[in-house]
Design a protein around this ligand. Structure first.
Ligand SMILES: C[S@@+](CC[C@H](N)C(=O)[O-])C[C@H]1O[C@@H](n2cnc3c(N)ncnc32)[C@H](O)[C@@H]1O
Length: 214
């Protein structure tokens, strides 16, 4: 497999580097492709959160620079809390979202009691994690949620496999895109049920948002 310099191999460390954090939004969403990607992904997310009560207490885990945190606020949620391992990413978020409480924490070990949120969101992280870390993260998100999880996977299908074969690059530009059978196994393993799924732009994008219940 060709080494893709854009692929993040150390998700825990990469976004703790201040220039990586300060440049995240411009680098990821600044050009036309990035703006389209952001629009389709956020449309999928808005659909996923539509059934949730606006009074729900929500944690946006791996909040980064607060893109999804801000979407939740704009969607009318009142009790929004955010966490990330990177202080550098959260300091960008804090400058924009001064009203939100932020917690620095690893998603595999969150400083919250069992069932302390009605809903937990996690976008833009699972596809960067190896299988064991991904399962530990999902189990932890399930532990602190009373009912709902809204998570994003990078799910590879026939079209993205063909692109990978032609270009030698990683599908979706991430290290750990997975196939549907692995998502099914993850959910069985953690004891989560899929209520709905919303593709960002199938088949061109691997991004899929799942609405899950415990
Ligand atoms: C691609 S960014 C996504 C940020 C935001 N959710 C979004 O969609 O724009 C991934 C984020 O996951 C965070 N992250 C990586 N590993 C983590 C871990 N083990 N625990 C918590 N956050 C982590 C990074 O610091 C980074 O902010």
């Amino acid at each position: 497999m060709r080494h893709d310099p854009a692929v993040v191999d150390d998700p825990k460390g990469h976004w703790q580097v201040v220039p990586h954090a300060e440049d995240y939004d411009r680098g990821r969403f600044g050009d036309v492709k990035g703006r389209v990607y952001r629009w389709v992904e956020e449309r999928a997310l808005r659909r996923a959160i539509r059934p949730l009560a606006r009074t729900d207490r929500i944690l946006d885990a791996a909040c980064g620079t607060g893109r999804i945190t801000s979407l939740l606020l704009r969607a009318g949620f009142q009790g929004v809390v955010a966490s990330d391992i990177s202080l550098a990413m959260m300091s960008v978020a804090q400058r924009r979202l001064a009203q939100v409480p932020f917690f620095q924490s690893d998603v595999t070990s969150l400083p919250f009691d069992d069932a302390s949120f009605d809903t937990v969101t996690c976008v833009g992280l699972l596809m960067h994690l190896d299988r064991d870390t991904r399962l530990r993260a999902l189990a932890e998100l399930a532990r602190i949620s009373r009912r709902f999880l809204v998570v994003q996977y990078g799910c590879v299908g026939g079209f993205t496999r063909l692109v990978k074969w032609l270009t030698g690059g990683e599908p979706g530009g991430v290290r750990h895109s997975i196939v549907q059978a692995e998502i099914t196994r993850d959910l069985q393993r953690i004891g989560l049920r899929e209520r709905a799924r919303f593709w960002a732009l199938r088949p061109f994008s691997t991004s899929v948002i799942l609405l899950l219940t415990k």
